[in-house]
Design a protein around this ligand. Structure first.
Ligand SMILES: Cc1ncc(COP(=O)(O)O)c(C=O)c1O
Length: 394
């Protein structure tokens, strides 16, 4: 059958690694590939109690259609949480989304026309590239170092006046694990105001800090209303709720609500009610502390195993939170070749190239440390390092 697809699908390439990574579903494969939180830490019993209360108190109402913005009590709780993150906002400035991934799609719908310029860190979150590609974005990767995206480089590109927005992940970035410095957060907010540049600040990992001090979001320095902030309960409660939020106000919020209506009317009423009840009845801060303690330990185990086993010529980031670290091999190394051998040896990771919207990055690997226990991490890194030594030595 000859099927005609929309032009936008031409830009959306199938992932070259997806087939390979299907192997990670095999129980004998140690996977550092996914971005999965640790399921044994999900607060299942407390969620069960919250769900039972919602069913008892709301009955059929828990399953009725609702408003696109999301249920008011949950938005109020999120607004209070945002003030703890030093962002002053009201419940009206919160739009509940079906995960942050939907927020990225809605932002694409609201802001990106074909060939519009989008600035991103180098590298950046693979599924954001995919979401914006759907709207035929023209990606301009911005120079980035160990302190995050470089403000002078943003300013230079913003001065051209063609960028629709800068997309940035300030904390424990996916894929590198790096954190944007405090000074750069301030500078980016200034550039946004000065250059009339919109910034999309995507912060799913900020609460997962296991070392050092929390840094205020770029949004906290935003006096001109040009920063749109996104976050999610995926990493602090559980991703299956598919519940996240956008902080935006005025006409930007209104357009996003229209896009949300068109996309799915609203996020699941039942999920929102259960989350709201759970957050009121239980101490989720304590839960997040437990998650941070576990991830901090797993990170330390992975870092130690890398130090012990990795051959010369390899370096990696030392994140203070989140779920990923980023390994860089010698410039001649091809992570796809490493992956083919690693899968045969029962270890998976994501090769770096997929995080670069305009190519490059072949000598990098993203490793997830949140999903496996210590022994498994040690075993997996020993196997991976042996392959790196062989492949990089060729
Ligand atoms: C940077 C970033 N943004 C957005 C998301 C999507 O999160 P959610 O589960 O809330 O859709 C992820 C998920 O891993 C992510 O790493």
């Amino acid at each position: 059958m000859d099927t005609a697809f929309a032009q936008r699908m031409n830009a959306m390439k199938p992932s070259s690694i997806r087939e390979m990574l299907k192997m990670t579903e095999r129980p004998d494969v140690i996977s550092f590939a996914g971005g999965l939180p640790a399921p044994e830490l999900f607060p299942v019993e407390n969620i069960r109690a919250a769900a039972e209360r919602v069913l008892g108190e709301c009955g059929a109402r828990a399953f009725q259609y609702g408003v696109s913005e999301g249920i008011a009590p949950l938005r109020e709780q999120i607004a209070a949480e945002m003030s703890c993150r030093r962002v002053a906002c009201a419940a009206d400035d919160i739009l509940i989304t079906t995960g942050s991934q939907q927020a990225l799609d809605l932002l694409g719908k609201v802001f990106i026309d074909a060939c519009d310029v989008i600035l991103t860190e180098t590298p950046t979150y693979m599924a954001a590239i995919q979401a914006f590609q759907c709207f035929q974005a023209d990606f301009r990767p911005v120079a980035t170092d160990e302190l995050g995206v470089i403000p002078e480089a943003v300013d230079e590109l913003a001065a051209e006046g063609r960028a629709r927005f800068l997309y940035v992940i300030p904390n424990f970035q996916n894929p590198t694990g790096r954190t944007l410095s405090l000074e750069r957060r301030r500078q980016l907010a200034e550039i946004a105001a000065h250059r009339n540049l919109l910034i999309v600040e995507d912060d799913p990992y900020g609460r997962l800090r296991y070392r050092g001090e929390h840094l205020p979001p770029i949004k906290s320095f935003d006096e001109s209303g040009r920063v749109i902030y996104l976050s999610t309960f995926s990493k602090t409660v559980a991703p299956g709720f598919r519940t996240g939020w956008i902080v935006a106000s005025g006409p930007m919020r209104d357009k996003l609500v229209i896009a949300k209506q068109a996309a799915d009317l609203h996020t699941s009423s039942f999920d929102q009610l259960v989350l709201d009840r759970y957050l009121r009845d239980f101490d989720n801060r304590q839960h997040v502390e437990r998650v941070c303690a576990a991830y901090g330990e797993r990170y330390a185990v992975m870092d130690e195993a890398l130090r012990r086993h990795m051959p010369e010529g390899f370096s990696w980031t030392r994140p203070e939170g989140g779920m990923f670290l980023w390994v860089s091999g010698p410039p001649t190394m091809n992570a796809m070749a490493v992956l083919a051998e690693a899968l045969a040896a029962g270890v998976a990771f994501v090769p770096g190239a997929d995080f670069f919207p305009r190519g490059g990055g072949e000598n990098h690997m993203r490793l997830n440390f949140s999903n496996a226990g210590s022994e498994v991490i040690r075993d997996g890194i020993a196997r991976l390092a042996a392959i790196c030594a062989r492949v990089a030595g060729n």
